[in-house]
Design a protein. Structure first.
Lengths: 326, 335
């Protein structure tokens, strides 16, 4: 049984100019202990889908799905109270902006202990000991002293470590990391990523890593979902994705990795992700795709078989037959 | 913290001098003088008038009058009332508890109703509750105090006969002033019904005086709360699986209260201004009514000394709010 199973999850927002579909029928399966990467540009609905799962979207959002199951338990049928027992203890999440994700009015210790108070039976002393232990585990020096520090007294990297300590306080089975390193210095990014992977391995915890950095995906994930404009355009194991992307969008993302660039100028993908008003007919990627033809502009593309990365494309790249023929 | 306090207190000195000048000048701008007002309908000969003015020292140049007033202030002398011949500071502190009791009661009502109303209006944004509260706040803020007070008197004192029209307590009760707070003194007196009488006298003026601060606090709480509810740390609190009451009541409210506390502090000035009208309507024997009466009598020393004392209290409360601000907002606390 998969740890998490989402089928046909959609999120739409009520806006002044009508509903806007930010996430359009995504499927996600996570096995225990596995690292799944979700990549895509800003605005492709990566975060929104996960926030929808966590129930963290504003009231203007509507989440629909054929299945939202955690360890086989249907989360759609749960009451708020039952959901909250899972959220924060069995499924935890960390966010992009660690500095603003911590409450400025409370000490770091209070915020970590609060998570323990909500989900464990530990007494006051037990919670304090556990908080120190957690801060140690995430590499915060002098944890006893840091317990009484306020968030504004900490750096971004330290704040993210606190967020990780808080999220892993109740030993979650699934950690959702929403661009956990985007707001940090490059040197700190690697440290935080290593920390996450160490914790993940040590505790056998599954992780969904949301990022727009293909390099991060290459180092961490086992399977990758590429998301564009709310749709999953490709799903592949990371081992084959980098050599044989099947969707033109994946291929373009890979070409834009500086380390892989072969020309003097770094290739870019012209245009931006379509928003509410400019969703094209046919394939959503067609206005930015250099291989698009009339069919792409009028007919919604089919889902290709597994051998083609389940790409949502009329003309998937790196066809196994072509590759072997070449 | 010491440096912070010292710098705050240093700022008070020019404010103090400014207020003393305004208070001194303002009452002398009004036509008439204390002698004419005391004489009333009786005819006073110009010679007699000049003699009394000379006796009171009001015939000296204004600059000299101001300097001698300032000299007295520096020695802690706020002057002596022309009418009662009693010290201004003494009269002030006799009457101040009545105003303080009324103001405290009003601010308690304003905070106790305004903060929860603002929080619920923000949480249920756009609902009928939100719209009702914000509509009522606008009406409350816009309504002239004296008119609102009279309406309440007509309804509750006149038609329904639930509350007395004026004063602090029924004339049936007499007991010595212990604390100056009628609610406490009436309890200490052990006289049956005295406390109830004090409450029934206090309730209407408190509501009238609370109206504007209540409206301001409700609106300020709502907007602060709306802003805070969209913050990342509120999302973090939800992601911990905390119940909604804790997310809103602890994580969001604590941050939303920072601007609200400032607002509450600023309402002290509004309360003092409101107290002048409210006390006049309800014949509440506090410093507001005392100031109005003294203005009508052109009792120069009382008006200039009383205004200065009121200003000092407002300055002191604002200082206390600044300190409290540091307590609730760790980011401005001294490191």
């Amino acid at each position: 049984m998969p740890l998490l199973s989402l089928r046909n999850l959609s999120v739409s927002f009520d806006t002044a100019s009508g509903p806007f579909k930010a996430v359009d029928g995504v499927d996600i399966t996570v096995e225990p202990g596995e690292v799944l990467g979700i990549v895509g540009e800003s605005g492709s609905g990566k975060s929104v889908a996960m926030l929808g799962l966590m129930g963290l979207l504003p009231p203007s959002a509507t989440v629909t799905a054929d299945e939202i199951a955690f360890e086989g338990r249907d989360m759609r049928q749960m009451s708020g109270r039952e959901r909250r027992k899972i959220i924060g203890s069995e499924i935890a999440m960390i966010f992009q902006e660690p500095m603003s994700s911590l409450n400025p009015c409370f000490t770091v210790g209070f915020q970590i202990k609060e998570a323990l108070k909500a989900h464990t039976d530990l007494d006051r002393k037990g919670r304090k000991d556990r908080a120190i232990e957690l801060m140690n585990a995430v590499g915060i020096p002098e944890p006893e002293r840091r317990l009484s520090a306020f968030p504004h007294q900490m750096s971004g990297g330290m704040s993210q470590r606190v967020m990780i300590a808080m999220a892993t306080a109740c030993r979650p089975k699934l950690l959702i990391a929403d661009e956990p390193t985007t707001a940090l210095d490059v040197t700190i990014q690697a440290q935080i990523l290593d920390l996450l992977l160490d914790l993940q391995k040590e505790r056998g915890m599954a992780m969904i890593l949301i990022t727009h950095d293909m390099g991060v995906i290459a180092e961490t994930a086992e399977r990758v979902v590429v998301q564009y404009a709310g749709q999953q355009v490709e799903r592949q194991p990371v081992s084959t994705l980098f050599d044989a992307p099947h969707h033109p969008y994946t291929s373009a993302l890979l070409a834009a990795i500086p380390e892989r660039a072969t020309e003097r100028r770094l290739p870019t993908i012209p245009g931006v992700v379509p928003g509410q008003g400019d969703r094209p007919d046919g394939c959503l990627f067609n206005p930015r795709c250099d291989k698009a033809d009339d069919k792409c502009r009028t007919v919604v593309p089919p889902r290709q078989p597994k051998s083609l990365g389940e790409a949502l494309c009329h003309y998937p790249l790196n066809h196994p037959a072509n590759v072997s023929a070449a | 913290m010491q440096r912070f306090l010292l710098s705050r207190i240093a700022v008070l000195i020019p404010t103090f001098i400014g207020v003393s000048i305004v208070a001194f000048a303002f009452i002398r701008l009004l036509p008439g003088d204390p002698v004419q007002m005391l004489a009333g309908e009786r005819v006073v000969s110009p010679e007699r008038h000049a003699a009394i003015m000379h006796q009171l020292g009001f015939d000296r140049p204004l600059v000299m009058q101001y300097l001698s007033y300032l000299w007295g202030l520096l020695q802690g002398d706020f002057g002596t009332s022309i009418v009662t011949k009693r010290g201004v500071a003494g009269e002030f502190f006799t009457l101040f508890p009545a105003t303080l009791e009324l103001s405290l009661c009003a601010i308690v009502i304003a905070v106790a109703l305004g903060v929860p109303a603002g929080v619920f209006a923000a949480v249920k944004r756009g609902s009928w509750f939100d719209q009702t509260v914000m509509g009522a706040a606008l009406v409350g803020y816009s309504m002239p105090i004296f008119w609102w007070g009279l309406l309440l008197i007509i309804l509750f004192s006149g038609v329904l006969q639930w509350t007395p029209v004026s004063g602090r307590i029924s004339l049936l009760y007499y007991f010595p002033q212990a604390t100056g707070f009628m609610l406490i003194d009436s309890l200490l007196s052990d006289q049956k019904g005295a406390f109830g009488s004090a409450v029934s006298h206090l309730i209407l003026p408190s509501i009238v005086l609370a109206t504007i601060p209540l409206a301001v606090i409700a609106r300020q709480t709502r907007s602060a709360m709306l802003e805070v509810l969209g913050e990342d740390y509120v999302r973090t609190a939800k992601a911990k699986g905390l119940p909604r009451s804790r997310v809103v009541g602890v994580h969001a409210l604590r941050n939303a209260l920072i601007p609200v506390v400032t607002t509450i502090g600023l309402q002290v000035g509004v309360l003092m201004a409101g107290a002048i009208l409210t006390e006049s309507i309800f014949s509440w024997p506090g410093i507001g009514k005392w100031m109005v009466d003294s203005v009508f009598r052109r009792d120069y020393p009382v008006v200039q000394g009383g205004l200065l004392l009121i200003a000092m209290i407002i300055m002191f409360v604002n200082l206390a709010v600044d300190i409290l601000y540091g307590v609730i907002n760790p980011r401005v606390r001294a490191r």
